[in-house]
Design a protein around this ligand. Structure first.
Ligand SMILES: C[S@@+](CC[C@H](N)C(=O)[O-])C[C@H]1O[C@@H](n2cnc3c(N)ncnc32)[C@H](O)[C@@H]1O
Length: 285
């Protein structure tokens, strides 16, 4: 099990939080709630009513503060996010990322293992580390792989990992289609997650080949993903999985909620998937 034992570079005391963290603490969505989906193949999640930001210790909050500062600073030189203010980064990106933890934990405990302490998780199309790097801070016993195809974003990710002192993260530059056919990455992860990367039927082909049989794939989606999920049912089934549930989480969106789509992989993915790089997006299943 990997446990955080590091010290944040340049920070003398984990208790010396600046006003930034105090400000942003109040802007994080505080409740998670269930949402019933009117589709016969989908089940409803349990009540998810905890805020992970509030449960973070001072060191973890400080790590998030360092990450947000670095993201905004590097964003002036390279395109990492459209968001330019710290409180917006906290609400939209950090809050959204933390909101994935309750569905991951409750689904994993219910369908994979009674303990979710040492999950290996891959964040596909991590960009600037969302949600994967935030999950690595919030869940230091998880082993996180940040998969990103763009070199300059990987350079930022390496910087952010070093800055925050995280020891439970690896950054992998590559395309999901290639890693899914690589024996070192194929069907090895307990959980795959993705946020803002592609529509669900494409994401299924990117992510599910990386997940072990018996593992989970969770996609962070908008407030009303039912049609997207229906369009992806064939692709998900071809990858050896099925949709378990749609979990709603309170969010910054105008509709006040976003959805985590949870899929369970119960069979191996056929060897021919994922197809060559570019094919899943050009010819979705
Ligand atoms: C819109 S960004 C979203 C980044 C982040 N997940 C977030 O929520 O902010 C999509 C990222 O996915 C990466 N990406 C797209 N297709 C990919 C693929 N096939 N394999 C790996 N990364 C991919 C892109 O380079 C980009 O950084």
């Amino acid at each position: 099990m990997l446990v955080w034992r590091g010290k944040v570079p340049g920070v003398s005391s984990p208790l010396s939080l600046g006003t930034f963290v105090k400000q942003v603490t109040t802007s994080i969505p505080t409740r998670f709630r269930p949402h019933r989906i009117a589709t016969k193949t989908l089940t409803t999640t349990k009540v998810l009513n905890s805020s992970y930001f509030e449960t973070l210790n001072p060191l973890q909050k400080q790590q998030i503060s360092l990450y947000v500062d670095a993201l905004l600073q590097w964003n002036q030189k390279m395109n990492l996010t459209a968001v330019t203010k710290a409180d917006e980064v906290m609400e939209r990106h950090v809050g959204d990322s933390l909101a994935m933890i309750p569905p991951i934990q409750s689904s994993y405990i219910a369908h994979c293992d009674s303990s979710c302490n040492d999950i290996s998780l891959v964040d596909v199309g991590s960009g600037p580390g969302l949600p994967g790097l935030i999950l690595a801070i919030a869940c230091p016993s998880w082993k996180i792989t940040l998969l990103e195809s763009m070199n300059k974003r990987c350079i930022f990710l390496e910087h952010a990992v070093s800055l925050t002192g995280l020891s439970n993260v690896q950054v992998v530059r590559g395309r999901a289609e290639n890693l899914g056919q690589n024996i070192g990455f194929r069907e090895v992860f307990d959980v795959a997650v993705a946020r803002a990367v592609a529509e669900m039927r494409i994401l299924a082909e990117y992510c599910l080949p990386l997940v072990r049989v018996g593992g989970l794939f969770l996609a962070a989606k908008g407030h009303d993903p039912q049609e997207e999920v229906r369009n992806a049912e064939r692709a998900i089934q071809l990858m050896g999985a099925s949709v378990l549930q749609l979990c709603s989480v309170e969010s910054h969106s105008p509709y006040g909620q976003r959805t985590a789509i949870v899929c369970l992989k119960d069979r191996p993915t056929p060897r021919k998937y994922p197809r060559d790089p570019g094919t899943p997006a050009q010819s979705p299943l």
